[in-house]
Design a binder for this molecule. Structure first.
Ligand SMILES: [Mn+2]
Length: 325
């Protein structure tokens, strides 16, 4: 866990995704109108999952687009896997805290915050409408096609491409920038352009590497790829195999190994809740996309998870096991 200053009003946001940044920017924009103080703006990441509920938060803490924590004064989220224990879910359900707001059917956390503030306070954040719209496009993968998602030419997509692996300072700066300026201005910042150009180079290398190892079987793009020194975009499997229904891939980095399972966003096929499936295997996610992170040396669990997910998806490509949504 980051070293929190327990006395300072703090806003924690999911740092590596655009919706997390946009949600924090939206909330800060509202806070400014009511003189609500946030002195510490801290990105958080799913690697804290194991210690999350045991950690103490600063006395006044707001959390957006991230796991529920019972000490949070305010919490807004839309992940179906927001609760790490049944106890914390019960606590949420029986609570009367109006600033604990969860809507797992919302396509983005930014929408959850916008609608909640509008209803509860009448706050009109319409100057941030573009930010909310893009957070929703990105989080719900409403891209026109795989090229748009992978090449990330639109300003908001270019900004989103700079986030994974960026420093907390960079992610924090972007929150303030997006609170104060439109996305097509923020994308012109020198540090954003530099990281975007880096993304373009490394993504191309990653796609070439992916093309060497990816195979399609029963409608599932399967791969196990070394991501050291490259970026493999999560939608690149569908740029390579546009007709696939799912991707199920292992990404091997230096510190950890990631497993990502996804339904092809440009294809409408029935499937089980992938975030839910992953949560039983130590991960989490949304209905359409699930992820599990394995620390180095846990190969055994990785193989088991790949097998479990492969069998859960078996036959879905042909719609032979139609499930109710
Ligand atoms: Mn989100």
């Amino acid at each position: 866990m980051p070293g929190f200053d327990i006395e300072k009003p703090t806003l924690l946001f999911h740092g590596s995704c655009f919706d997390g940044i946009a949600s924090a920017a939206y909330l800060l924009s509202f806070f400014r109108t009511v003189h609500e103080r946030v002195e510490c703006l801290e990105p958080v990441y799913y690697s804290v999952r194991g210690d999350w509920l045991d950690s103490s938060l600063p006395r006044v803490t707001y959390i957006v687009d991230f796991l529920f924590h019972p000490e949070a004064q305010g919490w807004w989220d839309h992940h179906s896997t927001a609760f790490l224990t049944d106890e914390s879910k019960t606590l949420y359900e029986t609570s009367s805290n109006p600033k604990w707001v969860w809507n797992p059917s919302s396509l983005s956390c930014a929408i959850v915050i916008r609608d909640n503030l509008r209803t509860e306070t009448g706050y009109d954040g319409s100057h941030l409408a573009d930010l909310v719209r893009w957070a929703t496009v990105i989080d719900s993968a409403q891209y026109e096609n795989p090229e748009q998602a992978v090449l990330a030419r639109e300003p908001a997509l270019a900004i989103a491409s700079t986030l994974p692996g960026a420093t907390p300072g960079f992610q924090r700066d972007l929150v303030y920038a997006l609170r104060d300026e439109p996305v097509d201005r923020v994308v012109r910042r020198a540090d954003v352009r530099e990281r975007y150009n880096r993304y373009r180079d490394l993504e191309l290398k990653g796609r070439e590497r992916l093309a060497e190892v990816a195979r399609i079987r029963d409608g599932i793009v399967l791969f196990d790829v070394d991501v050291n020194g490259v970026i493999v975009n999560r939608y690149a499997p569908f740029l390579l195999f546009p007709d696939a229904s799912f991707s199920l891939g292992v990404s091997r980095g230096k510190q950890r190994v990631g497993l990502l399972v996804m339904r092809n966003p440009w294809k409408d096929v029935p499937h089980p809740d992938l975030g839910e499936l992953c949560s039983h295997l130590g991960g989490g996610g949304h209905r359409r996309v699930g992820a599990i992170v394995f620390e180095a040396g846990r190969e055994q669990e990785l193989a088991g998870a790949v097998a479990a997910l492969t069998s859960a998806l078996a036959g879905q490509h042909h719609g032979s096991q139609v499930q109710s949504v």
